[in-house]
Design a protein around this ligand. Structure first.
Ligand code: 3HC
Ligand code: NAI
Length: 699
């Protein structure tokens, strides 16, 4: 047909094969080839049925996302699918790998569907801020029922073949070779004279849904609660509603209209950016894909506290046996008990089987014997944040472990090069900065020291992937990338309190923006006392200069308000309830603090709050890029989405800055600089990009 699609007859069956590596995306050439293949199949009198199958690692994984946002050439997918559905002989889709988005929609325009047991079927468009735009929202409810379709379309999560069969999404699971099995299925369809089953004509599920008038309102309320400002799930619901309320062709037109609306939205642009950013983050220019990855067959974790426990679980979850080492048997026992408690809680929620829990627990061994670390190829240290202690431990590990063993530190603030200096193998030392809770948060900052070897980095990145994490490479500096930006955000939140805002106002602005928690609810959760002690120590060392962001926090701690754990912090809490309640006492403390600082309180608008909290992060991000601490702005977006809950539909802080306009961000920074001083001075990179009208990728 063309370079992407071929046609060949096997017995009574015309086989149309798509080949567009890596994932057979529906690019223009594939759509054109499919259309031509269907014409040929229709015209081939010897073909009593047609089979649609793909070469390579997967069935069609969807529309070609790279074409989005650009003018698209005919034939468009809906046109091809209308032709497919109306062919006068049965067409059967044969699926391996993933049939996703437009790929699944292709199968739904076929008359029958089969696939191997490992195949996955899904409509993930919602994750790109879209909805299925080629009949998926109209045909899926007709085939499997409205509520199951709503779940599939609004969650974007794929279903495995067995479940797809049970739901009626596919007609047969093929054991053994897909092509041979699917040909046999097609011959059976011909031999039995099965009808051309057009999903568009199915009515049973639509009628059932009409009998349940509350269906959409019920689902809308639940979706809106979870969506936190993400428009896509609700747009998906509108499209499915059209399947119930409108005749098929009008439903298709409504779906297309909603799809085009979504395609033009800022949120979809942001989510598409995130899709590519997540793939880009694995690419390190001077550590190419073929860099050797050292085998990690056993891990060790030093320190079984908050972080060590989670890190050991990550090894176990990845199927890697791990030794957890702490100073006393009591600490070790406590750590292992926490491991069991954490897994048991996942089992009780039905998200892990008891058998899988037992296997994972069995992979974690506890000991006080440091010598046991010698059996591991990767040791991750997670002891107290104390440079002298870390150096002592690294020197000891250096003596005990074979020369190839990678020694990683989970430090959040200390200089990885100084730690590496305590060993004779700085090329095997790297930072692996997990985020709390370490077994849950997807982010892992991989900190490259001055002498870290390329295969050490490749191994750390590969281990992150095995653990189900997103590894992001960063350089050595205080706070690395994520926490360095976080500090800007929380500092401004504190200053805003002193200038006129209240915690509940700031937190609301931030959660309305889409973050899961505002900065003050977050502090109450984490506890106010640790940073209070840090500030006290810094004050004693004479290291606190300029405007100080802990005034209100200090006062609250002096009143023993340490956050949720003491029943009050910025908010007050009722026993057994984590919901933050506004507290007039906090307001009193804040008003007093403003007075003492000589600040005349003023009304602060929500827009200013948002800009004050987010723009300094973007400015800090620009400094991080300038210093070469991160490789790309999109890596910072990935850090913030996966480590701090930044809403993906905003694209991450750097992308958000570009959507606002770097010029506008720059101007606002200059205004704030006039008012508040050099904390606000724009980074030279930001100033230059704003002047040149460029984005970060063009820096
Ligand atoms: N369009 C364009 N490129 C795509 C793509 C797509 N739909 N899906 C994957 N790619 C690219 C990736 O960017 C990557 O490129 P790179 O090597 O240059 O970085 C390459 O294909 C391989 O992708 P992965 O690294 O993700 O490979 P995996 O094997 O880990 O995963 C996958 C494969 C499960 C298919 C995963 O790529 C995926 O989930 N893809 C997106 C699927 C999707 O969202 N489809 C819906 C699209 S929207 C749509 O269909 C609209 C329709 O309703 C009209
Ligand atoms: P923690 O205080 O909960 O645990 C530290 C553990 O190390 C304790 O179990 C302690 O007994 C053990 N330990 C101390 N000295 C030891 C030694 N000589 N040998 C073996 N074990 C020893 O501390 P946490 O919170 O787990 O932090 C650990 C590291 O992780 C620190 O470097 C911290 O900066 C970093 N980190 C912490 C995060 C957090 O949110 N808690 C987030 C990211 C990094």
């Amino acid at each position: 047909m063309n370079e992407f699609v071929t046609y060949q007859r096997r017995g009574n069956v015309g086989v149309i094969t798509v080949n567009n590596p890596p994932v057979n995306a529906l690019s223009h050439g594939v759509r054109e080839g499919l259309s031509m293949g269907l014409d040929q199949g229709a015209a081939d009198g010897a073909a009593k049925a047609l089979l649609l199958i793909c070469d390579g690692r997967t069935f069609i994984a969807g529309a070609d996302i790279r074409e989005f946002g650009k003018p698209m050439a005919e034939p468009m997918l809906p046109t091809v699918l209308a032709k497919l559905e109306n062919i006068a002989k049965p067409v059967i889709a044969a699926v391996h790998g993933t049939a996703l988005g437009g790929g699944l929609e292709v199968t739904l325009a076929c008359h029958y569907r089969c696939g191997v047991a490992s195949a996955l079927f899904g409509l993930p468009e919602v994750k790109l801020g879209l909805l299925p735009g080629s009949g998926g929202t109209q045909r899926t409810p007709r085939l499997i029922g409205v509520e199951p379709a709503l779940k599939m379309i609004t969650s974007g999560d794929p279903v495995p073949a067995a479940k797809a069969l049970e739901q009626g999404l596919i007609d047969e699971v093929i054991e053994g070779d897909l092509l041979e099995g699917a040909l046999a299925f097609a011959e059976k369809v011909v031999a039995e004279g099965r009808p051309l089953r057009k999903i568009r004509d199915l009515t049973e599920h639509i009628e059932a849904a009409k009998a349940d008038p509350e269906l959409f309102e019920r689902n809308r309320a639940a979706l809106a609660k979870r969506a936190r400002g993400n428009e896509a799930p609700l747009r998906c619901l509108e499209a499915v509603k059209a399947a119930v309320e409108l005749p098929f062709d009008e439903g298709i037109a409504r779906e297309r209209q909603l799809f085009m609306e979504a395609m033009g939205s800022a949120q979809s642009a942001a989510l598409r950016h995130v899709f590519f950013a997540e793939r880009e983050v694995a690419k390190i220019p001077d550590v190419p894909k073929d860099t050797p990855v050292l085998p990690v067959e056993r891990g060790a974790v030093i320190g079984g506290g908050t972080m060590g426990v989670g890190i050991a679980m990550n090894f176990a979850n990845a199927g890697i046996p791990v030794t957890l080492i702490d100073t006393s048997q009591e600490q070790v026992d406590q750590a292992l008990a926490t491991v069991r408690k954490n897994y048991a809680s996942t089992v009780s929620k039905g998200r892990l089987s008891q058998e899988e829990m037992d296997q994972r627990v069995a992979r974690i061994t506890g000991t006080t014997d440091f010598g046991q670390a010698a059996g591991a190829q990767l040791v991750i240290e997670a002891v107290f944040e104390d440079m002298a202690l870390k150096k002592e431990i690294f020197a000891k590990l250096d003596r005990l472990c074979p020369a190839e063993t990678i020694l990683a530190s989970n430090t959040s603030t200390l200089d990885v090069d100084e730690i590496a200096g305590a060993t004779a193998r700085p090329e095997r030392v790297v930072g692996m900065h997990f985020f709390s809770p370490a077994n849950v948060m997807r982010l892992l900052e991989i900190v490259r020291g001055e002498k870290t070897a390329k295969d050490t980095i490749a191994t750390a990145m590969a281990t992150a992937r095995r653990m189900g994490k997103v590894g992001v490479l960063v350089g050595v500096c205080h706070g690395f990338a994520g926490n360095r930006m976080l500090y800007q955000y929380t500092r401004e939140a504190s200053f805003l309190l002193e200038e006129g805002a209240l915690p509940q106002q700031i937190d609301k602005v931030i959660t309305d923006f889409g973050m899961p928690m505002g900065p003050f609810a977050m502090r109450d959760l984490a506890g106010l006392d640790i940073s209070w002690h840090v500030r006290k120590a810094r004050r004693d060392q004479g290291a606190l200069h300029g405007r100080y962001d802990g005034t209100v926090g200090d006062r609250l701690c002096e009143m023993e308000r340490f956050g949720q754990k003491s029943g009050a912090g910025y908010y007050r809490y009722e026993a057994g309830n984590r919901a933050p309640l506004n507290d007039p006492l906090t307001e009193e403390v804040i008003l007093k603090a403003s007075k003492e600082l000589g600040i005349a309180r003023r009304e602060i608008g929500d827009a200013e709050i948002l800009a004050r909290c987010l723009y300094p992060m973007i400015n800090e991000g620009a400094k991080i890029l300038e210093e070469g601490i991160a490789l790309r702005a999109s890596d910072l977006d990935i850090i913030w989405i996966n480590g701090y809950g930044f809403p993906a539909h905003r694209g991450g802080p750097m992308f958000y800055g570009e959507q606002v306009g770097l010029d506008s961000v720059h101007k606002a920074l200059l205004e704030f600089e006039k008012e508040h001083g050099d904390l606000w001075t724009p980074s030279p990179l930001l100033a230059r990009l704003a002047a040149e009208g460029k984005g970060f990728a063009e820096a």
